[in-house]
Design a protein around this ligand. Structure first.
Ligand code: NDP
Ligand code: MG
Length: 380
């Protein structure tokens, strides 16, 4: 029986992870963590009997203690609590499904403690990939991708050990504004951008998908996970989200992984790797599927994607600036404080103003995040 810890258990990936656990019945949950949703955490604690539950927001810890007072569970909070949930001794795999750079410290702590990581929290790899990848090797821990594109690439590489990747073809749906001009996008409101054509996800990643910043983050994520150069990764728009990504090898052979858009597949694959288990749900029906179409991305309109390539090529602390600026910009856009196109302006402004640190430590990454926030707050 496997034992896991789920960081970000109340979110889109977190709840689907627990659905996979519930459907299979042979995984134990040692720890759960979330930001502030104590009602959902209490329900999850009741169903999955974890040893530790962390609510990051310290002001909510007492309420969670009350809600779970009849359960045998230890309630913790804050960054210390999140790290306790990440290193809980019983867990072999830690599912990192928190949103944003808050994932860096618990992910590193879990890896230091020798846990395999089922990695959804791409922001951690984007900003600290140069620390995470050597750490994985040093501690002999596996990074099992949960992001659907990276799970697809991971599956395409099965049995290919020793064969160099020539190119990664990272597929993108193109989001709700595919084919739009910048002029048309100027008036986009949060409720428009929160409507993704193929996937139901958390709010931040849904906005990131609409700006294609998500694809940019995924290019950087893929670069670290699969040890390739930025220029070996090509984004291909495939609006139906049927092909989840592809790998081209030296001989020109292209391997792809296909399926209906369902995050439970990559989640379950990461939890049981290399075993495949039955997964209920809709299957691809090629008789009904009339077409799979392809387009090149529009780098000029989707500036977030161009800026991500720039950040990845510049490297060092620049991807942290890209990511931090985007995190702040998206949260301000969702609050109605800035316009849609200002998201990319903020990212670019912060990147232009930044003085790069070559190999940032965790402290320098977090300091860069803080300075990026300060810079943006002072300008916008
Ligand atoms: P959601 O917004 O749905 O969920 C985020 C989770 O993180 C919630 O459980 C939230 O808790 C928790 N959280 C937020 N802040 C903190 C904090 N300070 N400490 C502890 N927990 C915190 O996001 P998603 O599930 O959509 O995304 C999670 C990650 O997975 C992101 O990095 C995203 O890019 C990635 N991902 C998501 C996909 C998807 O389909 N959703 C696909 C591929 C990758 P609370 O509910 O209390 O706020
Ligand atoms: Mg993805």
């Amino acid at each position: 029986m496997k034992t896991i810890s789920v960081l970000g258990s109340t979110g889109s990936i977190g709840t689907q992870t627990l659905e996979v656990v519930r459907n299979n019945g042979d995984i134990r949950v040692a720890a759960l963590a979330a930001g502030s949703n104590v009602e959902k955490l209490a329900d999850q604690a009741r169903e999955f009997s974890p040893k530790i539950v962390c609510v990051y927001d310290e002001s909510k810890a007492e309420e969670l203690r009350l809600l779970t007072r009849d359960l045998d569970v230890h309630i913790v909070s804050g960054m210390d609590g999140l790290i306790q949930a990440a290193v809980v001794p019983e867990a072999e795999i830690v599912v990192t499904a928190v949103v944003g750079m808050i994932g860096i410290r618990p992910t590193i702590a879990a890896m230091e403690a020798g846990k395999d990581i089922a990695l959804a929290n791409k922001e951690t790899l984007v900003t600290a990939g140069h620390l995470i990848m050597p750490l994985a090797e040093r501690r002999h821990v596996r990074l099992l991708p949960v992001d659907s594109e990276h799970a697809a690439i991971f599956q395409c590489l099965n049995g290919e050990r020793g064969n160099a990747i020539h190119k990664i073809l990272l597929t993108a749906s193109g989001g709700p504004f595919r084919g739009w001009t910048r002029e048309r996008m100027a008036a986009v409101k949060p409720e428009d951008a929160l409507k993704h054509p193929n996937w139901t996800m958390g709010r931040k990643i849904t906005i990131d998908s609409s700006t294609m910043v998500n694809k940019g983050l995924e290019v950087m994520e893929a670069r670290w996970l699969f040890g390739v150069e930025m220029d070996q990764i090509q984004v291909v728009v495939q609006p139906q989200s049927i092909i989840h990504s592809m790998v081209e090898f030296e001989d020109g052979a292209v391997m792809a992984q296909l399926g209906t858009p369902d995050m439970k597949l990559p989640i379950q694959y990461a939890l049981y790797y290399p075993e495949r288990r039955y997964l209920p749900g809709e299957r691809l029906d090629f008789a009904k599927l009339s077409q799979i179409t392809f387009e090149a991305p529009d780098f000029e309109t989707f500036q977030g994607l161009s800026l991500a390539y720039r950040a990845g090529r510049e490297g060092g602390s620049v991807p942290t600036v890209f990511n931090a600026a985007n995190e702040l910009a998206v949260s301000r856009f969702l609050k109605g404080e800035i316009s849609y196109l200002t998201i990319a302006d903020m990212i670019q402004g912060a990147m232009d103003a930044h003085k790069k640190i070559e190999d940032p430590t965790v402290e320098e990454i977090l300091q860069t995040e803080k300075e990026t926030y300060e810079y943006i707050e002072s300008r916008w």
